[in-house]
Design a protein around this ligand. Structure first.
Ligand code: PMP
Length: 396
């Protein structure tokens, strides 16, 4: 996708708003501005109807019912609500262990620290293999009837690994362990229509699926909702799980985005994106520098738009700088940008700090064209030559 002269290859940081989503949102930012909780007039009823429809659309994406959807400000809040909510409500004398994947997003890992330091739980981390898949034998070893819940992401935001959620769920169920899944990156990567058969709580974010920023959702299985303590108290909206006026337009945006993601065209879209991604990688790998793929092989186990590539001997920041302002990509997770540490995900899959510092995540999406791929590959080739000619390539 090209905006002016700039190519956008950072869809896993955020996706552009789909014009069809904006069209559906617009009336709720204009004349239909009523408060969905105003029960005495038509403005309120219209907004409430729009929120109900949006809940249904989000629920349909994941095979849930509308009353199992709690709108939040994003996946960060949904992750916090799930993990802190369960932990704060549970009786002190029950299961005291919590399991988290090591390559989870910071909004899960940081909550893990709070669960340990403030709430007294024992948090254990399950390692991943060199492709980012949770090590199932380690999970088997660690899990037992003292584990309260487990949180494993559906799709990794840096290297695109698609986890084997069914197997993880089967293991969790053998021990009566609640399973939370951060699925923020999943709608663009895989079919989620049956995912609630395997998970008990699940987090989503609208801005990772061509919806607006500032809204996400937590799916909480109906029977588990009374096990979750809210984080925000007030008027008791959303079944007491998240007080505050629901932002109608944002919900409509998320609902529409979810409906597009669940449409019959979604599979073809994922295949087309994967095909373009593969062409991009192939073009780069034909350049006269060694360029490796971090994470799983290109194929079924990987987010179709994700290419996390390693340019050994080069600095990722140097390359990204040389690409400005023509091509936007990133070093791993945007949420940790600013922290001068190598990506924890890349370290967990076995890269050295130098290799992590040479890695760039390119992520393409719905509006990326073949021409974008060709231009982007040329821009990267040009950036690499300029850096190499300037002599700032480190020898490995
Ligand atoms: N989890 C994952 C896997 C993500 O990629 C992100 C966004 N980087 C989040 C959670 C947080 O989502 P949000 O921006 O909606 O808070």
């Amino acid at each position: 996708m090209k905006i002016g002269n700039a190519l956008y290859f950072d869809h896993q940081a955020t996706t552009p708003l789909d014009a069809r989503v904006l069209d559906k949102m617009r009336p709720y930012l204009e004349d239909s501005f009523g408060n969905p909780h105003s029960s005495d007039h038509n403005f309120g009823w219209c907004a409430a109807q729009a929120v109900d429809d949006a809940s249904r659309q989000v629920a349909q994406l994941i095979g849930a019912d509308s009353d199992e959807i709690v709108f939040t400000s994003g996946a960060t809040e949904a992750n916090n609500l799930a993990l802190l909510g369960l932990a704060r409500k549970a009786a002190r004398d029950t299961r005291q262990n919590i399991l988290l994947g090591t390559s989870e997003h910071k909004s899960v890992l940081a909550v893990g620290h709070v669960l340990e330091s403030q709430l007294g739980y024992k948090v254990k981390h399950i390692p991943v293999d060199c492709h980012g898949h949770v090590l199932l034998d380690q999970l088997y070893e660690i899990i037992n009837d003292d584990v309260f819940f487990i949180s494993i992401m559906a799709v990794n935001n840096e290297i695109g690994t698609i986890q084997r959620l069914k197997t993880i769920s089967d293991i969790a169920r053998q021990h009566g362990v609640i399973f939370h899944c951060d699925a923020a990156q999943a709608p663009c990567a895989t079919d989620l229509s049956k995912i609630t058969e395997h998970v008990d709580l699940l987090s989503l974010s609208a801005h990772k699926m061509y919806g607006p920023k500032g809204i996400g959702a937590l799916y909480a299985r109906r029977e588990l909702q009374n096990l979750v303590e809210p984080m925000i108290y007030g008027g008791g909206q959303q079944n007491n799980l998240r007080s505050g006026t629901i932002p109608t337009a944002l919900c409509v945006g998320m609902g529409t985005a979810a409906e597009l993601m669940a449409s019959p065209q979604a599979l073809a879209e994922r295949l087309a994106i994967a095909n373009l991604r593969d062409q991009f990688v192939e073009k780069l790998q034909s350049l006269p520098w060694p360029i490796e793929i971090n994470g799983p092989m290109l194929g079924r186990d990987r987010h179709p738009g994700n290419a996390n590539l390693r340019f050994d001997g080069f600095s990722a920041h140097e390359i990204l700088g040389a690409l400005q302002p023509r091509l936007a990509a990133s070093t791993g997770s945007a949420c940790t940008t600013g922290i001068p540490e190598p990506s924890h995900v890349l370290m967990e899959i076995g890269l050295t700090p130098d290799q992590a510092d040479s890695s760039i995540r390119f992520s393409i999406g719905r509006f990326t064209t073949k021409q974008d791929i060709e231009e982007a590959a040329e821009l990267v080739a040009d950036a690499l030559s300029r850096i190499a000619n300037a002599g700032i390539v480190q020898t490995a």
